[in-house]
Design a protein around this ligand. Sequence first.
Ligand code: HGY
Ligand code: MN
Ligand code: MN
Length: 411
Amino acid sequence: MTTLSIDAERLLGRLRILGQIGRDGNGKLARLAGSDADKAGRDALASWLRDTGLEVAIDRIGNIFGIWQDEANAEKSPVLLGSHIDTVIDAGIYDGCYGVIAGLEAIATLKAAGYVPARPIAVAAFTNEEGVRYAPDMMGSLVYAGGLSVEEALATIGTDGTVLGAELERIGYAGSLEPGFLKPHTYIELHIEQGPVLEREGVPIGAVENLQGISWQRITIDGDANHAGTTPMSMRRDAGHAAARVVTFLQDRARNANAPTVATVGCMSFEPNAINVIPSRAIFTVDLRDPDEGRLQAEEAALATYLNELAAAEKVKISVERLARFEPVTFDRNIVRLVEDAARERELASKRMTSGAGHDAQMIARIAPSAMIFVPSIGGISHNPRERTADADLVAGTNILLDVVTRLAAQ
Ligand code: HGY
Ligand code: MN
Ligand code: MN
């Protein structure tokens, strides 16, 4: 079979168009799950799915599917491609969107070439992968894989006090299909690496064989508001200072660990948040990750012990709420090998690697053999408007996705 190639202009054009949808007055991109910006992105995707002649299906958690099937193969379970089109705050244009647009591009290329797959092929855009407005992240694919009930997910209260289910209704993406209605034969997700490895090693294709564990917690520290000028240091119950000590504790542990453990405090707020008032309350989030489940548990335990000691030392009250907890995932060896074979046949170097970021693939791996393909991130930057991948790498990655899908759909 001649080696097909995708339509680079169509791929890059759609990525750019989607990348302009959901920018605020300052030009910053934020398509948070269930928002008007999310709706606008979803509407654009749905129109491209229909333009490609796919059946558009939406489930109760708002996951969008574009399905290519015919009478001959409709009985078989589909090869599923996909990722997400919701973003973080002040985001780049490739995280998630690339995998969805490239999945659609692979299907469009196969259709245009008159290819007749032995099984259906579908592309998904999973709801709320980022988890910025509603925790946990990878929520739509987690519900799809049966890891969270759809009722519980729809009842999730956001950081802005809204309810996810009501927001999905409001934007017209509260579908009627039960999540999991399409049982995938296999799942393959193309994504930017979001890290420095591929660029540093000059390798254009990552064959992702595993993904690290993730622990998200929200910590609330309660002390006493008091006068910044009159209160002696020895009499303070300073929630802000206690919070700062946790940040330093986490940084020191992760930096000094002889391990790939990473720790991040991404959100923090003080009450009453006044320049001359000792903070009575500090609320902040902790994101801990490690490819090894045992080490991740050890880091969680070390933090819990530290918080107990800190509460006594600083005379504050500390409460912890778990927001997300996902164990490390190993992807399907056969599909990883298909990625490497496809790269070799296109004379592209590839490298086996671990994903530092969470992805929908880690959830779909619970219900079907799954794997991922990475392409380099320039400067290893992501979750940042400077996120960028060279066009040639975007096209190469999509051609590898095309090859892998063709092989999977022939099985
Ligand atoms: O948090 C993550 O790794 C993903 O971007 N949701
Ligand atoms: Mn992503
Ligand atoms: Mn992301």
